[in-house]
Each structure stands twice: as structure tokens, then as C-alpha cells.
Design a protein around this ligand. Structure first.
Ligand SMILES: Nc1ncnc2c1ncn2[C@@H]1O[C@H](COP(=O)(O)OP(=O)(O)OP(=O)(O)O)[C@@H](O)[C@H]1O
Length: 294
């Protein structure tokens, strides 16, 4: 199973670009597509789900060019868009039966599949409740269930954890991880912790371009020797906060513990610490922004 994206660009009207010459090679597992707002994540996902076409480049699924033969990917695709909406007065069973019929599933097969999916996404107990009475996380799990109706080989989920509380976010992450065994799952997000424990591969995008595609451990390794911590008294911290790339700050009784990404030691008191994936992400995004402004 392989999805290959080669030199894909999307130029919108008025000379704005959603993607610029982006290439990725994606195999079975969870690919975390990570980037700030406006990086081009939704544009890529909309292209892969054949809602929109690239203005340049090629995408192939197991060797078949999907820009020429969109049905080749539609048959194996499950998609949860960022702005997924439900019919509020239907319950989960009615909603999924409705979507299954639109997608041409045989009613008997659909009923069996919907039953399995409701168990899988842990919504069986609430399957008869109107969708507008469910929590945000439950609605997102209905969204995943509809994306899985045709047992897709390629599952695309666009910023699925926006608006979820921490507990629901963790549950949703674990669900995606469980689903990745026999398929490619592409998960877009701007929240590093969404992909930290689940992604087998991470692609960082910024300003429509690929910054890097690597495994989480490769990203962490690249940030070793670049993350520093030390404690600063309050006023001193105010002075330097705009001059350094700050990963986090924690207020303590002795001052502010500051965590900084820098190639060289930023202060005599600072000491090197082990990077987190969040540090690595900041490091790559910042290096990319600097390159773009040179
Ligand atoms: N229909 C459109 N017309 C013009 N420009 C667009 C259109 N859709 C997206 N863009 C631009 O393309 C760029 C990438 O947008 P996109 O929505 O793909 O980013 P994103 O990474 O998904 O961000 P977000 O997390 O905010 O959704 C942005 O600069 C955006 O303004």
C-alpha cells in the first residue's frame, strides 16, 4: 500500500498558494501532518479526497495516477473533513444508515457494518440518542464511523481534535492508532501532542511547503543539543522574551523556568535538556521560516 505525492502545487485565484511543490511518500501506519494554521494541510487533504485538483504535480495510489483516475482513490478512501456536520435530530444509527445508502452499500451489509462500527468507536450505548445531545468527542467518533463505512484503505482526518476536551482527545488519538494496522491513516493537526504517541511518520508543512518528513525519533534526534533550560528572575525574562525561540515557560517561586531552542548556548546559566517532539517541531518550523526570509 503506497500513496506517493510528487511535486504537488495548488495555486488559488489571486496568486495565493495552498501548496508549493510538495512531495511525500506514505506507507501503512499513521502519518501525522503537522503545521501551523494556513500551512496547507486542509488543501492537501482536499486534494487527496478529490474534492479539489492540484494545479501541478502528480499523486498516485499503488501506482495509479489519481488526478487522471479519481475513482481509484475514491473507492478506498474514508474522509473526515475539518467542518464535519451531522444532522442534529437523527441518531447515530439513522445518520450512518443514511450515509451508507447514499454511498450505495447494500442495506443488510450496511446494518451489520454500522453495528460493528458503533462498537468500535464506543458509541453503541448512545446509538439511539439524537446527535445534537452527544458531546463534541462523541460527534467526532460518529464522524470516524462514517469515514469507515466502506472499510477504507486510506483514512484521512483533518484536525479532528479541535474543540475536544483532553480526555476525549486522548480517546480519539487511541482510536486512530487502533485503526492504522491495515491502512494508511493521515491525521492533520497543529497540535504536536495529537501525533506524539500515535504517528509512525510525521510530515511538517509550513507556508505550503514540506519542511521535513521523518519518524518521531528522527525528529527528536535532530533537536538534541538545541534545547536549553534555566531560571530567570521575572524582570530579566521580560527583557529577553522577544529575542529567543521559547518553547515553554513555567512560573516558579524562584523565577521563570524558561525553555529555549537555540543552536548555541543562549545564556551562561542555561543547560542542555532532552528535546520533546514539541521542541523539535518548533526547531524545524523556525529554521524553515528563517530560510524563507533570507
Ligand atoms: N479557496 C481558497 N482560496 C484562496 N486561498 C485559499 C483557499 N483555501 C485556502 N487558501 C489559502 O491557502 C493556504 C493554506 O490553507 P489551508 O486551509 O490548506 O491551511 P491549513 O494548514 O489547513 O490551515 P488551518 O489549520 O487554518 O485550516 C492559506 O494561506 C489559505 O489562505
Amino acid at each position: 500500500m503506497e500513496l506517493v505525492i510528487e511535486g504537488v502545487s495548488k495555486k488559488y485565484k489571486g496568486d495565493s498558494y495552498g501548496l508549493r511543490d510538495l512531495s511525500l511518500q506514505i506507507g501503512t501506519g499513521v502519518l501525522g501532518l503537522l503545521g501551523p494554521n494556513g500551512a496547507g494541510k486542509s488543501t492537501l487533504m482536499r486534494i487527496l479526497s478529490t474534492i479539489t485538483k492540484p494545479t501541478a504535480g502528480k499523486i498516485s495510489w499503488n501506482g495509479v495516477d489519481i488526478t487522471k483516475d479519481p475513482n481509484a482513490i475514491r473507492r478506498i478512501l474514508g474522509y473526515l473533513p475539518q467542518d464535519f456536520g451531522v444532522y442534529p435530530h437523527l441518531n447515530a444509527v439513522e445518520f450512518l444508515e443514511y450515509l451508507a445508502s447514499i454511498r450505495g452499500l447494500e442495506p443488510a451489509i450496511a446494518r451489520k457494518r454500522i453495528d460493528e462500527l458503533l462498537h468500535l468507536v464506543n458509541l453503541y450505548e448512545v446509538r439511539k440518542k439524537p446527535l445534537n445531545s452527544l458531546s463534541g468527542g462523541m460527534k467526532q467518533r460518529v464522524g470516524i464511523a462514517q469515514a469507515l463505512l466502506n472499510d477504507p484503505k486510506l483514512l484521512i482526518v483533518d484536525e479532528p481534535t479541535v474543540g475536544l476536551d483532553p480526555e476525549e482527545r486522548i480517546r480519539f488519538r487511541n482510536l486512530l492508532s487502533e485503526l492504522s494496522g491495515e491502512r494508511i491513516v493521515m491525521l492533520s493537526t497543529h497540535i504536536v501532542s495529537d501525533v506524539e504517541s500515535t504517528a509512525t511518520d510525521i510530515a511538517i508543512v509550513n507556508q505550503g511547503k514540506l519542511v521535513i518528513q521523518a519518524t518521531p525519533s528522527e525528529l527528536l534526534a535532530a533537536a538534541v543539543g538545541k534545547v536549553w533550560e534555566w531560571v530567570l528572575p521575572g524582570p530579566a525574562w521580560m527583557e529577553i522574551r522577544n529575542q529567543l525561540l521559547i518553547s515553554s515557560t513555567v512560573q516558579g517561586s524562584d523565577g521563570v523556568r524558561i525553555r529555549v531552542i537555540a543552536d548555541a548556548q543562549p545564556s551562561a546559566e542555561s543547560r542542555l535538556v532532552n528535546p520533546t517532539l514539541e521542541d523539535a517541531y518548533l526547531y524545524f518550523i523556525s529554521a524553515h521560516k528563517q530560510l524563507a526570509t533570507v
